[in-house]
Design a protein around this ligand. Sequence first.
Ligand code: ZN
Length: 275
Amino acid sequence: MKVYISIDMEGISSIVDWSQVDPRNKEYERFRKLMVGDLNAAIEGVLEAGAEEVVVADSHGRMSNLPPEEVHEAAVLIRGSPRPWLMMEGIDDSFDAALYVGYHSMKGTERGVLCHTISGRVVDAVYINGVEMGEFGLNAALAGWHGVPSIFISGDQAVVEEARRLVPNIRGAVVKWGVSRYAAKCLHPAKARRLIREKASEALKALDEFKPFKVEEPVEVRMRFATSTMADVAALIPYAERVDGRTIRMVFDDYPTAFRGVRTAIAVAYPVEER
Ligand code: ZN
């Protein structure tokens, strides 16, 4: 069995603040160790359940957070950016399952620790065929397009709930309970790792009960930006249509192209400066 793991940082055990996920800050060194701890627990879990190949995509910020020598040696590590498929770089139909470690909820989630959608500064909301999706949904749909089921997620309670709305039987490891966007009640990292290992293993053993999460095609994408200036610029993309002050709409034949459309709109809106 071949397993894909996408790992973000905001949903890692005990992380509650931007400073802890920012390499320019001293605290980061410590929290990237917790990141590798959560990851290795998931890898041990899937190995225990019979995984033979494990590919890990380091998917936070500039995407080279994991100290390579500390990652479980069973895994092949994808690191660095830019890369076309972002948090899902390398996913294809050769995988049997996709797992998500250290994920966070979509922007605007109540008690969602460090919640945002791809770029908190630029994106207010992304709707796929009318359903608002965070990073989990957007990424799981890409795995699903390749026929790969999404079977496990770890993070705070909010992201596990968000994932369950799209994949009701997904196995979740809740490592913290948000009190606010920047505060949480946290499991001890050692306990969080045991839970991650157990749930990841259970998920892969139950692989037969999972179906790939797919979105219907053609795909309608609506994106609401943080400001109207960002929408002014994103609406210039030839395939985009302006819906209202902060929203654009785009329709694509297939999901991977829609995913690229979302990416492109963010890239175009990102440099916009408010005056
Ligand atoms: Zn992140």
